[in-house]
Design a binder for this molecule. Sequence first.
Ligand SMILES: Cc1cc2nc3c(=O)[nH]c(=O)nc-3n(C[C@H](O)[C@H](O)[C@H](O)COP(=O)(O)OP(=O)(O)OC[C@H]3O[C@@H](n4cnc5c(N)ncnc54)[C@H](O)[C@@H]3O)c2cc1C
Length: 296
Amino acid sequence: MTHWQNYHLARSIPDALQALTTAPGPARIVGGGTDLLLDLQQGRHPPVHTLVDVTAVPEMTVIEIRADRRDASAGRLYIGAGVTHSQIVASPFVAAHAQALIEACGLVGGPQVRNTATLGGNVAHALPAADGAIALLALNATVEIASPEGTRRAPLIDLYRGPGRSSLEPQRELLTGFYLPLRGGRQASAFRRVMRPQGVALPILNMACWLERIGDVISDVRIAIGPASPLPVRAKSAESTLRGKSPDSETLAAALAALLSEVHLRTSPHRATAEYRRHLCSVLLEDTLQSAWERA
Ligand SMILES: Cc1cc2nc3c(=O)[nH]c(=O)nc-3n(C[C@H](O)[C@H](O)[C@H](O)COP(=O)(O)OP(=O)(O)OC[C@H]3O[C@@H](n4cnc5c(N)ncnc54)[C@H](O)[C@@H]3O)c2cc1C
């Protein structure tokens, strides 16, 4: 069975948009194809007419520091949506500014998947526990979206509509890249996850934490967790309990209670019970916070 009729290797963003919008049938962007091609082959995605490959678009395959368009003295870490997980793991820019993302991307699949799968595909597939997406959420990433009308930026969380559903219009929009704040003094991040021993794709639970430390106090913090609702979750109540406090056992217990009150953990037959996930919240919260705290 033919799952697509035309494969277009785009050379620029306008070229990709042109191929997407003028295809004579359903068209989809493809990055590494590690989700989409399996879904097509296994009948979870209806056949498409045109696949538009964005992994040779120069602007979508770079990792670099870019000037902030609103504040020329500030910069942002830019990661193209067509960058593979292996490229992220090897990037000195990501190592310097986004440790949680390095840790997340280094755990995705095995080497073959990491050499092929893109960060854009990890996010656009819109699963609430995608490892790269959870790290990006804690790192306060902004996404850049291109359409025939031009480009716009939006907070990452605005992309999500439900498990496997994003707000992107698949036949006329594409993710071009991600902007992350540069790491400041005494700021750091960390990512952890728990997989089933025989698991190959998504984790039982994952968590990323970014924090800023002033002396013995957490002055600011962001925590992201998945799968803890139909969308990736920013644990804002837990963050509030941590701000202005030292990460001692009393503060951690209060943060855990807040976290458990704002997540919706469920039992999934092939992965874990809700009860086990509640237990993992405590382990991952302590582990990610401690790791980021020591790094900061
Ligand atoms: C064996 C195996 C192990 C895996 N392990 C993990 C894991 O540990 N953790 C994890 O999070 N995931 C895992 N995955 C899932 C998958 O590899 C990742 O989500 C990967 O990042 C998807 O990227 P891709 O480039 O292959 O996406 P694709 O399959 O190319 O695309 C996925 C979806 O995103 C859309 N898309 C892709 N790029 C863009 C873009 N730039 N703009 C708009 N839409 C776009 C496509 O149209 C499609 O709907 C695994 C998959 C396999 C097969």
